[in-house]
Structure formats: structure tokens, C-alpha cells
Design a protein around this ligand. Structure first.
Ligand code: A2P
Length: 263
């Protein structure tokens, strides 16, 4: 839907919220209208937020929906004193969000060289861009195996990813496309669950190699990483150690990183 924007919104779109889901007391997701003609590559982020005192208050948010979807989906943390999320967490269907429709980002296929396995390492709400990537048919055209890892402190924080993968498997078209190519490894670090530990530790001690059928190999594997600054640095170091090169939109490489939304 294309909505006429007031002057203060020059170049931005006001979008109606169509759904809100609270996953835990720390996370929620929402869907909103997609502006007509708005195109993005799966994995990219946009500036989105609210009008506060007649001014747009925007933050970078990964688009969690795939590029073919009719609506846009976002997955967010709630920060009690965060300027935006303290307000955004109270969104209800029918409210409006404001978006600058200029998608950017490095967690995109264009920034990676061709490969056979695609590793998507995420923690917390860092799973958002990968929610887009794993629902994009191009991902399965380009890679033989896609390994999504999601590490959170507590068990319920894994629900977003578990529901997402269950929905893919339950979708007639997507499930046919994805087949058995998608492996989802969900772990916790501070609460008991079937799989525990940081993925960086899984890489070092061989648990990931065992689950995925071999250690990280720069000849065949490509990696996207999204999480906190500390997590990015540690995963990046492991990629470099494995002999991989960092990629960008202008110069595709073996791995790409992006910070998850923080406030
Ligand atoms: P841990 O509980 O051991 O700190 P956060 O909410 O702080 O961003 O953490 C989300 C998840 O990311 C937690 O499970 C946390 O584990 C994990 N994590 C934090 N730092 C790193 C890191 N440097 N490398 C890998 N995982 C990390």
C-alpha cells in the first residue's frame, strides 16, 4: 500500500502494523504493510521506527521476511530504557510505523562467493536476517546445505527460530524447495536444553563439524554472522583462522558479518 506521507516524512513511508507477537518478556516481532514498489534483498536491513514529537525516531532493523513476502516482518528485543524499543514494544495492530525504504546490508548472497555449504551463525535477535535468507528460494539454488545456528540464553528465546523452521517445513512450496537441505541447530547457554553451549565453542571442540558433516572449509563453505559485537568478533576470528576472507557487496568473500540491533 502506498500511503501519502506528511512533509516531516519526506522520503519515508508510514506503514500500518498488521500483527504483533510477544515471544518472551525480552523479545517480540511485528509485521507491517510493505510499501508498493519497495524491493530488498533477503538479509538486508532498513531504518524503521516511530514518530516521536513529530520527528522520526529510527533504528536499523533487519527485515525478517523474505523478499517475496507481501508484508514486512521485524524481530526485536525490548530494552526498558531504550529510546525506541521502550515505545515500539507497545505496538498494536492498526498502529503505524515509519520506515526509510532504503535497504542495505552485507548479509546477502551478493557479498559471498559461490559455495556448497552456507553457515548462518546467530545469537538472540541476530536470527532476524536469516529468517529472511532461509525463506528465499535463491539460498537453496546456490547452496547444497544450509546450517542455521541460533544460540540464546534461555529456552523460550529459541521459539522464534523453532516456529520459523516448523512453518517452512509445513509450507507446501517452501518445504519442497528446502527439502532436507536446511539444518537448524538451536542451543542455550544459561538454561538446560537438549543442546547447550556457545556456537564458537561448538566450532572449536568439533561439535559443529560432527553435526554439519565436517569442519569449516574455505573451499566449500560460506558464512554469515549476526549477533552482539563480542559474538561477531569471536566468530570472525574463527573464520579467519579457518582461512576464510571477509566479503562485502563490492568484493564478495567467504564470510560476512553484521551487528544485531542493540537498543
Ligand atoms: P552466554 O550466556 O554464555 O553469554 P546476549 O543476550 O548477551 O547477546 O547473548 C546471547 C547469546 O549469545 C547467549 O547465549 C550468549 O552466551 C551468547 N554469546 C555471548 N557472547 C558470545 C561470544 N563472544 N561468542 C559466542 N556466543 C556468545
Amino acid at each position: 500500500m502506498n500511503i501519502e506521507a506528511p512533509k516531516a516524512l519526506k522520503g519515508m513511508s508510514l506503514l500500518g502494523v498488521t500483527g504483533v507477537h510477544h515471544w518472551t518478556d525480552r523479545t517480540f516481532s511485528f509485521t507491517c504493510e510493505r510499501p508498493q514498489g519497495f524491493r530488498f534483498r533477503s538479509g538486508e536491513f532498513v531504518m524503521i521506527g516511530l514518530m516521536v514529537d513529530d520527528k522520526p525516531l529510527l533504528r536499523a532493523y533487519s527485515i525478517a521476511s523474505p523478499n517475496w513476502a507481501e508484508e514486512l516482518e521485524f524481530y526485536s528485543i525490548k530494552v526498558a530504557d531504550g529510546p525506541l524499543t521502550s515505545r515500539l514494544q507497545h505496538l498494536k495492530p492498526g498502529d503505524q510505523v515509519v520506515m526509510r525504504p532504503k535497504p542495505v546490508g552485507t548479509l546477502v548472497h551478493d557479498a559471498l562467493r559461490p559455495g556448497r555449504r552456507l553457515f548462518l551463525f546467530s545469537t538472540g535477535t541476530g536470527i532476524a536476517p536469516f529468517a529472511s535468507v532461509i525463506r528465499d528460494p535463491e539460498t537453496y539454488e546456490k547452496f547444497e546445505q544450509v546450517i542455521l545456528t541460533h544460540t540464546c540464553r534461555e529456552v523460550r528465546e529459541l521459539d522464534y527460530g523453532l516456529d520459523l523452521v516448523a512453518a517452512i517445513r509445513g509450507d507446501e512450496l517452501l518445504s519442497e524447495l528446502v527439502g532436507d537441505k536446511l539444518l537448524h541447530i538451536a542451543t542455550t547457554t544459561r538454561q538446560e536444553s537438549p543442546r547447550m553451549g556457545r556456537m564458537t565453542d561448538w566450532i572449536r571442540d568439533g561439535r559443529l563439524a560432527e553435526a554439519a558433516g565436517g569442519p569449516l572449509d574455505p573451499d566449500t563453505d560460506r558464512v554469515m554472522i549476526c549477533g552482539s559485537m563480542a559474538m561477531l568478533q569471536e566468530h570472525k576470528a574463527l573464520c579467519l583462522e579457518a582461512g576464510m576472507e571477509e566479503g562485502s557487496n563490492s568484493e564478495p568473500g567467504d564470510f560476512v558479518i553484521e551487528k544485531a540491533f542493540v537498543d
